[in-house]
Design a protein around this ligand. Structure first.
Ligand SMILES: [Zn+2]
Length: 99
C-alpha cells in the first residue's frame, strides 16, 4: 500500500490526533509533537536559523481541516494554523515520535 493513502478514520482530540490507517495501524500523535513538526514557511525559516519554534507541551489542537485528499491543515491553540500535514508526513511523525 502506498504511504500517502488517506487514513480511514480521524479523531481530533484537544491533546492528540488519532489516525487509523487502511493497513490497520493506529497512530496517536500528541499536539505538541505535531506542532514541533510543522513545516510551514515560518517554522522552516526558524529551524534554518537554528532555533526551533518555541512549543510548550501545553499546546492543544483547536481544529483540523482536510486539504483536498492529501493532507490535513492543523490549527493549534497558540493560534498557529499555517501547517499543512500530508498523510506521509503524519506517518513519519508517528514513527519519529515512537508512538
Ligand atoms: Zn508552522
Amino acid at each position: 500500500m502506498s504511504s500517502d493513502a488517506p487514513p480511514t478514520h480521524i479523531t481530533l482530540g484537544s491533546g492528540a490526533l488519532t489516525l487509523q490507517w487502511p493497513d490497520g495501524q493506529t497512530d496517536r500523535l500528541p499536539a505538541a509533537a505535531l506542532r514541533r513538526h510543522c513545516r510551514c514557511a515560518d517554522c522552516r525559516s526558524a529551524t534554518l536559523r537554528s532555533h526551533a519554534p518555541a512549543v510548550t507541551d501545553e499546546v492543544r489542537l483547536a481544529n483540523a481541516t482536510p486539504v483536498g485528499h492529501y493532507a490535513l491543515q492543523l490549527h493549534f491553540s497558540d493560534n498557529h494554523e499555517r501547517g499543512i500535514y500530508p498523510w506521509a508526513h503524519l506517518r513519519e511523525i508517528a514513527q519519529t515520535e515512537c508512538y
